[in-house]
Design a protein around this ligand. Structure first.
Ligand code: AMP
Ligand code: MG
Length: 397
């Protein structure tokens, strides 16, 4: 049934074997590094916490001194106390260093204060409410791995050990253009037979989501010369060129001959739905991926093929999305002989609902959905069946 068609996994393997990280690394302020891809592992030059400190507002005590103590000092966060004299307690606040000689902190709720004295209502356990030096991070330990997109908590972690700048891969320059004489932009009159260039919005949004430096060449007319001209220009300015439309083999499909004239091209018919035609090649120093024009197909093929290629080019090590085991709350009794990526949404009962129309021209399905169901070829689905779910949250990572 799928004779002559390439499987999704074969196409992905070929794409990923060609992709490699951009060669340039730049040093950026840690304050601006969220969203960038770390190029070198980071180690801590200090212990965290740097000293034993209190996890509570309360009193630092020595267990052997009993439960009636005189309060001899106050230690605020940022201050340093003196050694704990026999029979005394130190009033202490969260984050303040434990004074030498103390072996526990009693939280203030478990204390009674009488004048200069504190009475412990409960005997503390050894080490209670003390955060030990280096209990979080040891000096010399690796805190961040290379090839990771930095999340807010990662830059926070780097800052917590005093790292002021971070080495990151330079941003990938991604070029986009949209083929089709029928395309107009919102705001322009929609003459009969014309359609709005919705792919420009979807694909630009995806490029921005993945932190690319975007070059948008707009709408390119269905002509060989126009397509070749924009390809030549984009190849000088981009690491990767992604296009929509014109990759079928109709009369108005000029992407194939244009890329062949300016570089090298592989045309694939992929055993997937939506999707099928996909072009992969090189023009000058830039890679080229041509997506189908159908709005649902270009969205899904971007997520399945361009995303991992782009992520690897950005320097990410882990580019495969993790599929989640889920339950179908619907029947899908006429499966396609190609692997399908169905638009689904997670419901309050913990199962997946299916958008009723899975036509690849119905963009509404992608907006309604919160992810894709990855269904093997010829696999009928019955209510309650286990299925594999790719949430957008995972695909946008
Ligand atoms: P193509 O791959 O060029 O044959 O286009 C397939 C279908 O997608 C046609 O119905 C086109 O009108 C439509 N299409 C192509 N490009 C876009 C676009 N940028 N935005 C919305 N629809 C498009
Ligand atoms: Mg077209």
């Amino acid at each position: 049934m799928n004779k002559g068609l390439l499987s999704v996994d074969e196409a992905l393997a070929q794409l990923l074997s060609a992709a490699k990280a951009v060669p340039d690394v730049e040093e950026v302020p840690t304050l601006e590094a969220t969203g960038r891809v770390l190029a070198k592992p980071q180690r801590s030059t200090m212990d965290v916490p740097p000293m034993d400190n209190s996890a509570m507002d309360g009193y630092a005590v020595r267990l052997s001194d009993g439960n009636v103590l005189s309060v001899a000092q106050r230690i605020m966060a940022g201050a340093v106390g003196g050694p704990l004299a026999a029979g005394t307690a130190a009033r202490i606040f969260t984050g303040a260093p434990i004074p030498p000689g103390a072996d526990a902190v009693v939280m203030q709720e478990d204390c009674e204060v009488k004048g200069e004295q504190v009475i412990l209502k409960k005997a503390p356990k050894p080490g209670e409410w003390i955060r030990r030096a280096a209990s979080d991070i040891r000096k010399g330990g690796e805190i961040l791995q290379a090839g990771k997109r930095l999340l807010p908590q990662d830059t926070g972690l780097a800052a917590s050990v005093g790292i002021k700048t971070l080495p990151v891969y330079r941003k990938v320059r991604l070029g986009l253009f949209f083929t089709g004489d029928e395309l107009v932009m919102p705001g322009e009159p929609l003459a009969p037979g014309r359609i709005y260039n919705s792919n420009r919005f979807t694909l630009r949004g995806l490029a921005e989501t993945f932190g690319c430096e975007l070059r948008d060449y707009g709408i390119v007319p269905d002509s060989l010369e126009a397509t070749r001209e924009v390809l030549r220009r984009a190849a000088l300015e981009c690491d990767l060129i992604v296009t929509s439309g014109g990759v079928s083999v109709g009369d108005a499909d000029f992407v194939k001959p244009a890329v062949e004239a300016e570089g090298r091209l592989l045309m694939w018919k992929i055993a997937m739905k939506p999707g099928r035609p996909l072009a992969f090649g090189e023009v000058g120093k830039a890679f080229f991926i041509g997506l189908p024009g159908n709005p649902v197909s270009s969205f899904v093929t971007f997520l399945i093929f361009v995303r991992p290629f782009l992520l690897k080019t950005q320097g990410l090590k882990d580019v495969a999305p993790r599929e989640i085991a889920a339950r179908a709350d619907f029947d899908w009794l006429q499966p396609d002989p190609r692997r399908e990526f169905l638009r689904v949404k997670w419901n309050a009962q913990g199962g997946l609902d299916l958008y009723p129309t899975q036509d690849s021209a119905v963009l509404t399905s992608t907006a309604w959905a919160d992810g894709l169901l990855d269904n093997p070829a010829n696999q009928a689905i019955r209510k309650g069946d286990p299925v594999r779910y790719l949430p957008y949250a995972e695909l946008y990572r």
